[in-house]
Every structure is written in structure tokens, then in C-alpha cells.
Design a protein around this ligand. Sequence first.
Ligand code: ADP
Ligand code: MG
Ligand code: MG
Length: 885
Amino acid sequence: NKQVYTFGGGARDDSARSRDKTIVGGKGANLAEMAGIGLPVPPGFTITTEECVRYLAEGGDFSESLKAEVQAALAHIEAAVGKKFGDPADPLLVSVRSGARVSMPGMMDTVLNLGLNDATVEGLATSSGDPRFAWDSYRRFIQMYSDVVLGLDHHLFEDALEIAKEDNGFYADVEMEAPHWQALVREYKGIVESELGRSFPQDPHEQLWGAIRAVFDSWDSDRAKVYRRLNDIPGDWGTAVNVQAMVFGNMGDTSATGVAFTRDPATGEKAYYGEWLVNAQGEDVVAGIRTPQYLTKAARERAGAKPLSMEEAMPAAYAKLAGVFELLEKHYRDMQDIEFTVERGKLWMLQTRSGKRTAKAALKMAVDMVAEGLIDEATAIKRVDPMALDQLLHPTLDPSATRDVLARGLPASPGAASGAIVLDADTAEKRAERGEAVILVRVETSPEDIHGMHAAKGILTARGGMTSHAAVVARGMGRPCVSGASAVSIDMASRTLKIGQRELKEGDIITLDGANGDVMAGKVPTIEPELVGDFGTLMAWADRHRRMKVRTNAETPDDCRMARQFGAEGIGLCRTEHMFFDATRISAVRQMILAEDEAGRRAALAKLLPEQRADFQAIFAVMAGLPVTIRLLDPPLHEFLPHSEADFTELSEAIGIGVDTLKRRAGELHEFNPMLGHRGCRLGITFPEIYEMQARAIFEAACAVAAESGDAPVPEVMIPLVATRKELTILKALVDRTAEAVFAEQGRRIDYLVGTMIELPRAALMAGEIAEDATFFSFGTNDLTQTTLGVSRDDAARFLTPYVEQGIYPRDPFVSLDIEGVGQLVELAAERGRQTRGDLKLGICGEHGGDPASIAFCEKVGLDYVSASPYRVPIARLAAAQAAL
Ligand code: ADP
Ligand code: MG
Ligand code: MG
């Protein structure tokens, strides 16, 4: 197979390999493509990624066949340009550029002006008639080559340049004339000699192969490895090398270089956007040595800037460039990010690729391009990254505001929030009730903090990872959260805290940025999300193209309303225990738990019944006409137990049982491993009166709403943590009995379903049998992951990060479903369940229901719906559409 492909200069290779990004890299493929559609691209060639992979594996010298191919490709450039590489009279110069499959900022820097030496620089000066330009190019070359290929510290050269300018009394690089650059070149060569003990390579071929080798080696540089790890890029792709004839933006005032986007990458507005510099080369625009100028007149005027835009300074070249923008957008049917150079008035294209953009811009461009007829709806749906929508659904910090950053933690839940620091949940609730914006700051959170988390605008914890209690609950509630900020230390006694170096106290204002984990002092202004316009349009298209329904995980009427605004089509998981933690009920709950016998429990449950009924009634009213899956009590009773002396005294006074008795009873209920203990349907089996009360509350509430509105919800009563059919048989009978009793009392019937969560491996295996009693399954993939992997979610933070870093799991299995392993159980249970009951309803709840990769899997397995937390509902709608397309 060929390992070198030429482009430009009239040569045309239309083979699949020559345009395949996996073979020639993104940059190479697009250079060939641009040349192919007749755009002015300096001729060049690309050495394949395959050669890189081979070179890195085998090491050593390059093969004779590769050398021959490169020689032939070089001859192609020479013929096209009409100059010879190394010709002392009129030399061909080239750039050597890396280019992987996807753009990688971690890769090698480009080497420009390669082919210059003490002889060819003179030839360039004569042939161009511009010695200043020739010596400027030579000093640039020595500096770049020494840095990138020879591994010398670039400061050595930058310092020498600064001193040279100072000595001559100059301020800017452009003030340097030929003799100044010539003197600097002498000095640069001296630096190389004293650093390396040998002189700067003069042979252009040695220079070329040195640069090619450096590009290949850069694939395994630390920078590149870090970038790959952060961006999930496989280590075995390799990079291509592009060698291309130089065009010169540094040939005086009719020359220039620049970068541009065909639309504004920040807003999506259909307006050219870019920067350029007169008499400059490549990196000058991004390096910050000189301030780049505006590309268009409109942008310059809007900014009130003086230096002329390219549109004004070089109208002819600009008109050509604008024509290229139009052509490239039509060709690629997407916004392009472009690099160009103008050499003595002539425009040259050096790169194009689909441009990176903000979520807002992605939406606007997708919708606009459909209106322009550039793309169809399906393409527009696929263009927008569902996860990026997250940025749009929460208030975000005003990007123009200044930040006084105190510390950084993990970006656990997106959005931004400002408020007064509070150090416990009760204080959070009290101050929030008075209308104050508060941020709950804890070492870590527990289920008892839920009311405080709900009351707070944001949550900050010193400990815990991305799947810690605080992180999961905050995401579910749509509260911004920064977790694991280890620079936070709290002193509860004095109610003060230290964040980084700063001493703070309760009541001080801080701001959290859940998008990057920043913790800032004071209030930083925010901007509100916008759910209409382009967002609404794209979501409507997504809804037309998806098959799966999207429900939400919600347990408060507020969350339900929010989820409906976001487009939820029902509730997939209503966790009833959250209602039990409410401050006004916890004592009745504790009384129930600590009761010595059934009679005691029933007395306490009688107090809870009207409360639960009211909860369900409020939820059903919001969700009228839609399915609502309610999970009966699931957590170990252990979690509700009183802890402090104060808790016990308070409870003792409330229910008239001695503190000692309560403590003894609490001790009896202590569990070693509550996650695998007395929880889920095991509660229903041992204390049937609890589930009976809950079922009664559900049916009474449903009848009440049906009587009021005539539009009854469809309760789907869900029994958690079932392992055997027998458990379900017993509990289904209990629910049915309760339903019949309520219907008889109320004189009306409503439709309802009884089903189960599949969250234990045994339940998945026995799904065929369990489906005899269940009319629906909801895959509880949080617990199914815990129990299949044997990994406790609450303890996983300590080892999961290294696990993911070493590729043991490709991603955190609590964030993105372990499709290979846990996925098998889901697939198998779905299949076996449907064999028993053809119309078995299948859904997924838990964190994975809002993760696009997991949603794609659910589509493949044929689930009927996914359920996600309210803020994830739009993400799930879009991801479900993408999965269906
Ligand atoms: P990156 O991937 O970091 O953008 P590039 O390979 O695109 O690196 O090179 C960076 C810059 O170098 C280009 O934007 C362009 O300005 C300049 N450059 C690269 N090749 C040439 C060339 N053949 N002629 C003129 N300038 C070039
Ligand atoms: Mg580039
Ligand atoms: Mg569970």
C-alpha cells in the first residue's frame, strides 16, 4: 500500500485512502479535498498514520520504499512550484505539519520555512528581492526547528530576540531590518552550538527527515498522551505528517495571515468571524506577539477598533476569501474553521475543518442550516451534542464577569449559583424560607441533608467524587454542585471555614461554577437559560424522530412541573423515601421504624397516610393523564434512624417512649451492610403494613384526582429489589387487595399496573418467571451495576478514577452503562420478560437514563422509555432521537 499521498499542484488522487481521515489525518484529507475542488492550496504530500504506527512500533530507520515515495512526492512539489528543494539560487521551502484523525492541540508544533540554510537564505533574498523577508524567515526557522525538533528551550531564542530589539531601540518585530535579523541568525546558531555541541543542520534533507521523525515521536509525547486521555482518543491511531510548499505572509504589506470561521462560533450568528495580521507568518496570529486585527469591517466598527480590517485593507483578497467561505460551507455543509495566508496579494488556503462551537451556536447553526436548505432535519439532530444542552438548561456565569477563584473542585452538577454560605441543612432551609439565596457547604452530604440541598441554590462539598451522594442528588435536582473541593475545611464549632487561603464564615457570599468546578468569592452575575427559539425547534424535530418515550425521575410537584416543561411524558421513578425525610414527618417515620410491634407501626403509619396521600395527589395533579411509576419504600430503615442525643430526646418527647428503649431498638436495627440488607421488597415482606399504607395512599390519591379533574393518572406501582418471583407474587397480591378495598370505598375504579425493578442479577436471570406477575420492568441500573460489578457506588470514588485511567472500565460505569457486562443482563431480561408477556412495558431509571451512550443502548434493546432527572429530559429526548436515526 502507498504510504505517501500528494495533493495540490494539479495532481489529483481520488482514491478512497487519499481522502480517508483515518489514513491521511484530518488536515491531510481536507487539504486534498480543498485542492480537489479547485481552491488555491500550496502543493504538498502526506505521509500516512499507518507509517507512524509502524515507525513507533518498530523504531529505527525509515524504509527505503518510504524514502523513495517521499523523494517522488517532493519532486511533485518542485515541479508544481517551479523551485528545487535546497537550490541555493531559488530554494523551495516547505512546512512540516502534524495531523491526526481528529484535531489534537497536544501534538507537535508546525515547523515553517524548512529548507533554509546559510546558502539558500541568500538565494531567497535575491529571488524575492526582499532580504528582510529572507532573514526573517531564516531566524523563524532556526527558532522553531530548535524548539520542536532539536528540543531546545524556546526561551533561549525569545530572550535573544528581546535583547536584540532592545539593543536597537525597537519595540516591535516588524521594525527589524535585514541586517538585524542576519545578526540574530548568527546568534541563534551560536546558541544551538553551545547547547548541543554541534551546529545547526544545514542539509535540507536532514532537516526534513528530522522534522518527520519529530512529528511521529510527538504522538507519544506527554502532552499528547494527556490530551488523548482527557478526550477518549485511542493511543493506536498515530498521526500523519503533512509536508507542504511554503507561502509567505511575511513578504511585506501586501502579505498577511489569518484564521477565520464561516459563522460566529460563540453565538452561531451567520457572520464571518476571524482575525488576521499584515506581514506575519503562521503562529503570529495566535501567539499573542502582536494583537490580531478584525477580519470584517462590521466587526471592527462594532468593537470601535482603529486598525483596518482585512475587508478594508485588502478588498480583493478579502472578496476571494469570502467566496471560499461560501464554497466551503456548501461543500462540507457545516461551519468551517479556516487558516489562510495572503502572499503578495494572492490568497492561499492552508486548512479547513468543521469548527468547534458553543452549545448555543451549535443549536442556532443546526436550525439555520435547515432553513437555508444546507442540511436536513436528521442531520441537524445529529449535529448537536446532547450533553452540550446541559450548558443551556442552567443559568450560567456571565462570561464577561471577573472571577475571584478561591478553590477548584469537581464539576459535579452544571449551572452557576451564588449565595450565602450555610453549614447545615436545617439552617439552609430556614434561611431559604426567609427568601435568602444560600449555598450549602458540607464535608459531604447524606440523605438527611436532602431538604437543605433542595432549599439551597448550590452545593459545595469537600469530599466525594462525581458519583457521590451530593453529586447524584444535585444533578437530579438541577442544583449546581462542586464536589470534592479538598481545599475546603470546615470548623463547625466556630461556624467558620477556610477555602484555599481565605478565611470565611457562615453568611459570606460565594459563587459556584458547576461547569468547571470553580469556587469564587462574592456574587458573580449569571445569565438565564432560554428554552424557546432554536432550542424549541430542535427539540420538536427530535420528538418527531424518536421512538422511545422520555420520562423523568421526580418526587416533588415542583420537579414534576419542571420536567413537564422540559418535555417529560410521565414519571419513570418516584422515590417515596424522599417524602419520608421531610422534617415534619421524620418523627412519625422514626416512630414507625422503632415500634416494637405491628400495632405500634400501624399507629405511626396512620399519621403518615394522609401526608403520603397529599404528596401523591399533588404529583398526580401535575401529571394527570400520564403514567406515574411509584416505587414503594426502598432504602434500609437504618437510614432513617435518629443519630444524635438531641434526635433521641426530641423523638422520645414526641412519641412518649423512653430514650433508652429507643436506643436499644435503634441498636437492634443497626446493619453492617445496609445496601445488601433489610431494604426494598424485603421491607414489604417483613412489614407488609408499610407497603399497604403506601398503596392505599396511591389509590386514594388517584381516585381523588380522577374525581376532581376527570383525568386520572395511571399509577404504575413498582416493587423494588425483587430477586424471586415469589416476592413479587406476595406483594402484588397485597397491592391488588388494597386497590380493591379503596375502589370499593370510593365507588370508582382506575387503571393501574404492578411491576418491578430489575436491579439484581438474579432478577434479570429469572425475568421470564417474574414477568408472570409483572406488567412492567424498570431497569434500576444503579443497583444492577453495584450488584453485578460488586462495587459499592458510595465507596467507588476511591478506586474508580485509576480504574478508568488504566482503561479497566472505559468510563465510570455509574455514569455510562457498562454495556458489555451489565448490558447483557438488561438485554437478556428484556428478551426473557417479553417471551412471557409480549406487551411487557420496559424502561430504565437511574443515572444511565440521562446518558446518551446508555440511551443508544436502550434503543438497540428496544426499551419503551428512558427516565431521567428533570434537567436531563431534553438531553434524553435528543439522544433518543439520535439513537433512532
Ligand atoms: P495547527 O494544527 O497547530 O494549527 P498547522 O499545521 O495548521 O498547525 O500550522 C499552523 C500555521 O502555520 C498555519 O495556520 C499557517 O498559518 C502556518 N502554515 C502551515 N503550513 C504553511 C505553509 N505551507 N505556508 C505558510 N504557512 C503555513
Ligand atoms: Mg492549523
Ligand atoms: Mg435500587
